[in-house]
Ligand binder design. Structure first.
Ligand code: CP
Length: 297
């Protein structure tokens, strides 16, 4: 995604966020537009925030739960998507375990397709909401900031979308975690430095973004034990003290408290984890508005 597109989405989210503070959170912007969420993997934040974003802008939203859909009777992704489009959907928002599946859908459908997370590849709206949150805490800019991304980078689409977005916007990204969970090619991306020790990534950081340990995507043997992982790679108060005094702590959720992050850090004044969720609604409103060509908000 070009920098100009990211800037437009971030600016649009900045304008639309005000709607979330109104007593009546409803504007007619997307009246008559139909949005369908199609999630092949579990979600609390992404799915609900896309649906709430649509409802706040007066779109008609429907949700397909794969477990109770014709997918369980063997219907293919392609046939499922064409069926949704045939009902008149203007947009399909999909999460799928296979990397590239949203790109596949975008090539076969005429309506808009939004990637809500595809395998280990990308989670673009999470990357955007994370950048938006950082901007709000760091004087509106990303350029020159040291952002530490800690943990299971290998299996994290959140990490990939953050890294692509942040480096394009001029941030300095430092990653750390077990060598088995850091992709070796990561340092080939300009602006990314990989560290063996979490302490080295966190030292002097403006932002620490902690990743969920994705046990459901891992084969066995990538690290000794959860207790060992937490002891060596977990973000705790002592490690956080190495960052700048005004460090911002982020986590995309859902959190494994006591594994990749201690409750002491997650509940500290530095943490903006719930704010990330609120900003997720603003970013998703911006995406719906820009893609569905809404009227004035
Ligand atoms: N951050 C994130 O994608 O959360 P969900 O899995 O709850 O959507």
């Amino acid at each position: 995604m070009p920098v100009s597109d990211m800037q437009l989405i971030l600016e649009t989210a900045g304008s639309l966020k005000e709607i979330l503070t109104r007593e009546i959170k409803k504007v007619p912007t997307l009246r008559g537009k139909s949005i369908v969420t199609l999630f092949y993997e579990p979600s609390t934040r992404t799915r609900t925030s896309f649906e709430m974003a649509g409802k706040y802008m007066s779109a008609d939203t429907s949700s397909i739960t794969v477990a109770t859909s014709s997918v369980v009777k063997g219907e293919s992704l392609k046939d499922t998507a064409l069926t949704i489009q045939a009902m008149g959907a203007d947009m399909v928002i999909m999460r799928h375990s296979v990397s590239g599946s949203c790109h596949f859908l975008a090539r076969i459908l005429d309506c808009s397709v939004v990637n809500a997370g595809d395998g280990m590849h990308e989670h673009p709206s999470q990357g955007l909401l994370d950048m938006f949150t950082i901007q709000q805490h760091k004087g509106g800019h990303l350029e020159g900031l040291k952002v530490a991304i800690i943990g299971d980078v290998q299996h994290s689409r959140v990490a990939r979308s953050n890294i692509w977005g942040l480096t394009k916007m001029g941030a300095d990204v430092h990653v750390a975690g077990p060598a088995t969970l850091i992709p070796p090619e990561i340092e080939q991306i300009p602006g990314v430095t990989a560290h063996d020790r979490v302490e080295d990534a966190i030292r002097g950081a403006d932002v620490v973004n902690v990743l969920r340990l994705q046990r459901e995507r891992q084969q066995k043997g990538l690290f000794p034990t959860i207790r060992e992982y937490s002891r060596i790679y977990g973000v705790n108060r002592e490690r956080l003290a190495l960052a700048k005094d005004d460090v911002t702590v982020m986590h995309p959720g859902p959190m494994n408290r006591g594994v990749e992050i201690t409750s002491e850090v997650a509940d500290s004044d530095h943490a903006v984890i719930e704010e990330q969720v609120t900003n997720g609604v603003a970013i998703r409103m911006a995406l719906l508005y820009l893609l569905l060509g809404g009227a004035e908000a």
